[in-house]
Design a protein around this ligand. Structure first.
Ligand SMILES: *Cc1c(COP(=O)(O)O)cnc(C)c1O
Length: 371
């Protein structure tokens, strides 16, 4: 059994994916071919947002808006510690300071009340200037943007949605990408919408921000191609990756439904014995991962071993919250500072989740976990 069976999807879409890739090969337009514009239009429409910028990875999709806002040394950016390293990394790369805020024990996303307190603490300390909030939509479930946006408005902070796991997810029909001042998603192969390499996209309704981000995406270019007007990066998406994504967009909505069906079946079988994911009323998850909680770290190890003996892969997202990563030693956090994130990190594990997971495999996984 595989944790995510990407080949099952490729088999299904092979004629279209191969055709799209060959079109790029024949055209010779490997960079900024027409596939890029077409993809950006489709993605913007899908997310219900005015603009989409395809870019080189989810990490760069997070980095570019922060650069455009001039986030840097002396600035505080508030985010979740229960996430992939890239979320914190982009803040630190710009010389700003990540302030890790503990998560909600039910949704595993940024806790608005703790966010409110963390902003106040930074203001009282007076050393850093709060500039932005980066909520993370962990495992495909969107963060509580209703409350986060209110807090951001009150303190005049930018909101950058880390939608790297949640593209296709929504709150009351408003889709990931449409929250905050800008949003970033990732097309890493294992994400709900993945390409065959690295890729990402930024979403915004802000025309001015779009122009700055377009410039940053290509080394800070201006209207004269040999006079760069700001420091940028090489943040482009390849035409071939856009071609792959265009093929996958033809089945993406259906796959989101299939992911939700898989999750419903898991919930039905597992929720009497395990703490299964909580999806608040009105929320639609993109189900990047399906995670359950064991009773303790020892119990988790036992369950993972049992799964392994039955040829069932499982993973731990995330075993070490960002505030306790070695790279962040200098920030001075210690064990116990963000207790919910730490407790969840000690007990959580992910089981296979993808649109093409068969009932037979799903039942085998549940039998082993419940046996
Ligand atoms: C995957 C991921 C990223 C980074 O995306 P890449 O495309 O791998 O650079 C950032 N944040 C979160 C929450 C992610 O899951």
């Amino acid at each position: 059994m595989q944790f995510i069976d990407l080949q099952a999807q490729y088999k299904l879409l092979k004629p279209l994916i191969d055709e799209n890739i060959h079109k790029v090969l024949d055209s010779g337009k490997y960079i900024f071919g027409p596939e890029i514009t077409e993809l950006e239009e489709q993605l913007a429409k899908f997310a219900g947002v005015k603009h989409c910028l395809a870019c080189s990875s989810g990490t760069d999709a997070l980095l570019i808006p922060l650069m455009a806002w001039g986030i840097g040394p002396g600035n505080a950016v508030f985010t979740s510690p229960f996430t992939f390293m890239a979320t914190g990394e982009v803040i630190s790369l710009l010389g700003a300071t990540p302030i890790f805020v503990d998560i909600d024990p039910e949704t595993y996303n940024l806790d608005p009340e703790k966010l409110h307190n963390a902003i106040h603490k930074v203001l009282i300390d007076g050393k850093l200037r709060p500039r932005a909030i980066m909520p993370v939509d962990i495992f495909g479930l969107l963060a509580n943007y209703d409350e986060i946006d209110d807090i951001a408005k009150h303190h005049n902070l930018f909101v950058l949605q880390d939608a790297c796991q949640s593209f296709g997810g929504a709150i009351d029909g408003k889709r990931a990408g449409a929250f905050g001042h800008a949003a970033a998603t990732s097309f890493f192969p294992a994400k709900p919408l993945g390409c065959y390499g690295d890729g990402g996209a930024i979403f915004t309704n802000d025309d001015e921000l779009l122009e700055v981000m377009k410039s940053i995406r290509v080394h800070g270019m201006g209207s004269d191609r040999y006079d760069n007007i700001r420091i940028g990066i090489n943040g482009r998406l390849d035409s071939i990756q856009a071609a792959v994504l265009l093929a996958k967009m033809t089945v993406f909505e259906k796959e989101l439904e299939q992911r939700n069906e898989v999750a419903d079946k898991y919930n039905a079988r597992l929720s009497s014995r395990f703490k299964t994911p909580v999806i608040p009323e009105g929320y639609f998850s993109a189900w990047a991962q399906y995670c359950i909680l064991a009773d303790s770290p020892e119990h988790r190890a036992e369950l993972q071993n049992k799964l392994k003996e039955n040829d069932i892969p499982s993973m731990i997202y995330y075993p070490i919250p960002l505030h306790l990563q070695t790279a962040y030693t200098s920030l001075g956090y210690k064990v116990g500072d963000l207790p919910i994130s730490e407790a969840i990190a000690n007990r959580i594990f992910a089981i296979p989740m993808y649109p093409y997971l068969s009932d037979e495999d799903l039942n085998k996984i549940c039998d082993v976990l419940l046996g």
